[in-house]
Design a protein. Structure first.
Lengths: 241, 113
């Protein structure tokens, strides 16, 4: 018995190992890959990517469903296709500047330095240049201006602003001082974009003493663009969605 | 040697018949612990063949190694360093060492008979 004692104990503990192995096998763990911080992060990134993709796809589905609804309404006869096309036309006219627009916004009056003594070495520092107007326009656009006009000339995508000596040329017409820039948008934001300290408009006024008077207006009327769009070189590519 | 194999087989049958399982999350620790236990049993067989088997040494080795191996795996998981490799290499290497010694003793015995 004493001689068999170690064998007995080893057998008993072998049984324990056997039980553990069997239970482990029952769990059917496919493989235990070493989990490192990097692999966890990689997996996280992948999950995030997939989630984003899912969100995007869901948005696309929503859009498509809306389009489908419109089309279904057309087939039902609830909404006339002519109405839809006309709405489309109105929207396109408005966004290309073919209709007069009104809304809250600001009106900026700009004129040359009227003082008898000039500021800089050069008289050029005291007059408004095309670049000044362009910078102001850009500031307004950054602030979310939806429609802009200068002296009742609508600024559209093809509008040029060209230096013509004491005047500037826009949409092929010459305009002189005072320049009246009107813009529709969030009035406070537009005002801040040209009037806040450090902006281009503020510099014009305080450094170059050029007349620069912005004012908020509840109702700004911006006329339609009355020139013509002609495409000589550009052609639409395919069918836009 | 053979009684250990028979013991493992009996244990496997019992394990398959038993309805108990543990959480899959612990499977890594248990598998490393199994390796440590196997090494202890092989060491026990070797000691038995060499004639210096000591029950306290065997018991402490069996449980101590298993717990240390599982603990290493756990700590490694927490730290993000695969520390259980240490257990796998150590016990795996010792397993083959023990098996080599057992083989030699066994073959010598057969020769002498």
């Amino acid at each position: 018995m004493k001689k068999n004692n170690p064998r007995f104990i080893i057998t008993a503990f072998s049984i324990i190992i056997g039980i553990l192995v069997a239970i482990q096998m029952k769990l059917k763990v496919e493989s235990i890959a070493p989990v490192t911080v990097k692999s966890i992060q990689d997996t996280k990134n992948e999950i995030n990517k997939l989630n984003n993709e899912i969100l995007e796809l869901q948005e696309i589905i929503k859009k498509r469903e809306q389009e489908l609804e419109i089309l279904e309404n057309i087939s039902k006869g609830d909404q006339n296709i002519v109405d839809i096309l006309q709405n489309d036309l109105k929207f396109n006219m408005a966004s290309s500047g073919r209709t007069s627009l009104e809304g809250p916004g600001i009106k900026i009056t700009m004129f040359d330095n009227m003082d008898s003594e000039i500021v800089g070495f050069d008289i050029n520092d005291d007059v408004i240049h095309d670049v000044d107007i362009l910078n102001i326009l850009n500031d307004l656009r950054i602030a979310g201006a939806e429609a802009i006009s200068i002296n009742d000339q609508r600024v559209v995508s093809t509008s040029e602003i060209k230096c013509g000596g004491p005047i500037i040329r826009i949409n092929g017409r010459s305009i002189g001082t005072p320049f009246v820039i009107k813009a529709i948008g969030d009035p406070k934001l537009l005002m801040a974009s040209v009037n806040a300290p450090g902006t281009y408009g503020d510099t014009l006024r305080s450094v170059f003493s050029i007349g620069f008077e912005p004012e908020i207006q509840d109702k700004v009327v911006i006329p339609a663009y009355n020139g013509s769009f002609s495409f000589k070189y550009a052609k639409p590519v395919g069918e836009g969605e | 040697m053979f009684f250990a194999l028979i013991g493992i087989l009996i244990g496997a049958v019992i394990g398959f018949l038993l309805p108990y399982t543990y959480n899959t999350a612990y499977s890594l620790y248990i598998s490393v612990a199994i390796l440590a236990c196997l090494d202890s049993v092989f060491g026990g067989i070797r000691a038995n063949l060499e004639g210096n088997f000591n029950i306290p040494i065997f018991l402490s080795g069996f449980f101590g190694n298993a717990i240390l191996a599982a603990f290493l795996a756990y700590i490694g998981d927490r730290l993000g360093v695969p520390l259980y490799y240490a257990a796998i290499f150590t016990f795996g290497g010792r397993l083959f060492d023990n098996f080599g010694a057992i083989r030699r003793i066994w073959l010598k015995k057969r020769k002498s008979i």
